[in-house]
Write a protein that binds this ligand. Structure first.
Ligand code: BES
Ligand code: MN
Ligand code: ZN
Length: 496
């Protein structure tokens, strides 16, 4: 999809579809009013007929309206002007894009971005419009031999703004495009099945991306992990026939001396649970257990495309978690790279095992901050549902940064406690710690486990088990939390 910013007045506009807002009840927006004047009140007369009242998300397509030199005018309901908030705007934008996509219009000019939306600036409106347009084009059925639906006609979207806003709009456009491409990558990787998206496949993706954006990429193999003493990661992979990969991808946009931001992504390409086998129902969804890794790749792609002036390192431990004669067993004790020993009481709590070694590995970068992103616990879904990701950190300033990034990106995270009180649930009689902490506060004890490997730097953990993909009829990756991560990086880059 092509996007551009223009200032063209509605009466001068020539587009296959021109999109204007109508407020409740039957109030024309400024651009709709201009078209109405041009067409001898054609719009007013149609509204008076009762065909559209301006409710949020309602649309009415007009063809060949008199004296308007465009084949189509799309009226989009924006609700009551006073009540137009972020949610209403998104509903309206999505309805507008769907209505255009139902036609053969190859291009459209959007006159909705200068409408006043509570708690949203132009940057937000433009970014969300691009993400919505991209999402409507996206298909999860890329491996179907016959396409679900014919390709959408809409190829070009022109976003109309006031001339004074051109600069802001161009910046927002570039950010929106980069985030959309990162989201797209994360969705596609998530949707790929485990037999295609293996650890080796993820490593190939990282290598391809490093060539496209001149990033540095290093892939550690099993023997490298053995040398480093990554006993926890190696325990998880030992039941799998796919070789594990440990991906390190760097965007060096900052000064040599700038401490890097490190993003660590859980890359379990299939999680059957291992010997602590999961039940069969919905087990297919455990192909999404690499969505943390996918979000790291998506965020780095966006940062590289935007040439953000900071040093960014992605660290992705990747393997499968399968039952096998060689698989790690409940009760086995392993030594992590940090030297701490772990009693593996449940082989299905594998994410923390591969992450703990990646978090120790991250120490070598002297990071400014480390954020890990993981589909870590079912308990997080029970606690927070599918609307927000779980955010865990002891650092209030970092928590604030991530919360604000989530707000700005419309990809929110909610802070959970990470108090000392929970740590004792991980006590083991036989090792330094157990890898599970019982049923209460499952997402917190998982974060507590990780915290034991992050003492040397600022650290936050995002549990995306509830937000990385959708189940049921709409099953598919969401690309979250790429928007949150990119906004976090944008804010860090702006502060330099
Ligand atoms: N990948 C799962 C977490 C998960 C489960 C995410 C369902 C989304 C939906 C993780 O590896 C896991 O299995 N966690 C266990 C931990 C438990 C054994 C302490 C869980 O949540 O049940
Ligand atoms: Mn698991
Ligand atoms: Zn898992």
């Amino acid at each position: 999809m092509e996007f551009s910013i223009k200032n063209t007045q509605p009466e001068k506009q020539r587009a296959a579809c021109i999109v204007v807002g109508v407020y409740e009840t039957r109030q024309l927006s400024a651009s709709a009013q201009q078209l109405d004047n041009l067409s001898q009140n054609h719009l007013t007369r149609i509204l008076a007929m009762g065909d559209m009242d301006g409710r949020v998300g309602s649309t009415l397509m007009l063809h060949h309206a008199p004296d308007i030199g465009n084949d189509r005018v799309l009226l989009v309901g924006l609700g009551k002007a006073k009540e137009l908030d972020r949610k209403a705007f998104l509903t309206s934008i999505n309805a507008a894009l769907a209505a255009i996509n139902d036609t053969g219009a190859p291009n459209a000019a959007l006159y909705l971005l200068e409408e006043t939306v509570a708690n949203a600036d132009l940057r937000w409106k433009i970014e969300q419009t691009i993400l919505a347009a991209q999402a409507q084009r996206h298909t999860a059925g890329k491996l179907k031999s016959k396409k679900d639906a014919p390709a959408k006609a809409l190829k070009k979207l022109t976003l109309i703004v006031e001339p004074a806003n051109n600069k802001t709009a161009e910046i927002a456009l570039a950010e929106g495009r980069a985030i959309a491409a990162g989201v797209e990558l994360a969705k596609d990787l998530g949707n790929l099945p485990g037999n295609i998206c293996t650890p080796s496949y993820l490593a190939e993706q990282a290598l391809d991306m490093s060539k496209e954006f001149s990033l540095k990429c290093e892939i550690l193999e099993r023997k490298d992990m053995e040398k480093l003493g990554m006993g926890a990661l190696l325990a998880v992979t030992q039941g799998s026939r796919q070789p594990p990969k440990f991906i390190v991808l760097r965007h060096n946009g900052g000064k040599k001396t700038d401490a890097p931001v490190v993003l660590v992504g859980k890359g379990i390409t299939f999680d059957a649970g291992g010997i602590s086998l999961k039940p069969a129902a919905e087990m297919d969804e455990m192909k999404y257990d690499m969505c943390g890794a996918a979000s790291v790749l998506g965020a780095i792609r966006a940062a590289a495309e935007l040439k953000l002036p900071l040093n960014l390192i992605g660290v992705i431990p990747s393997c499968e978690n399968l039952p096998d004669g060689q698989a790690v067993k409940p009760g086995d004790i392993v030594t992590s790279m940090s030297g701490q020993t772990i009693e593996i009481l449940n082989t299905d709590a594998e994410g923390r095992l591969i992450l703990c070694d990646a978090l120790t590995y991250a120490e070598r970068f002297d990071p400014a901050v480390v954020i890990d992103i993981a589909t870590l616990t079912g308990a997080c879904v029970i606690a927070l549902g599918h609307h927000v990701s779980g955010l865990f950190t002891e650092d209030d300033a970092l928590a604030g940064e991530l919360e604000r990034a989530g707000q700005a990106a419309h990809d929110r995270a909610w802070r959970m406690p990470l108090w000392e009180d929970y740590q004792s649930q991980l006590d083991s009689n036989f090792a330094d710690m157990a890898n599970i902490g019982g049923r209460p506060a499952g997402s917190i004890t998982a974060a507590c486990f990780l915290s034991r490997f992050t003492k040397k730097y600022n650290w936050a953990h995002l549990d995306i088990a509830g937000t990385a993909w959708k189940s049921g009829k709409e099953k598919g990756g969401t690309g979250r939390p790429v928007p949150l991560l990119v906004h976090f990086l944008l804010a860090r880059a702006a502060a330099i």
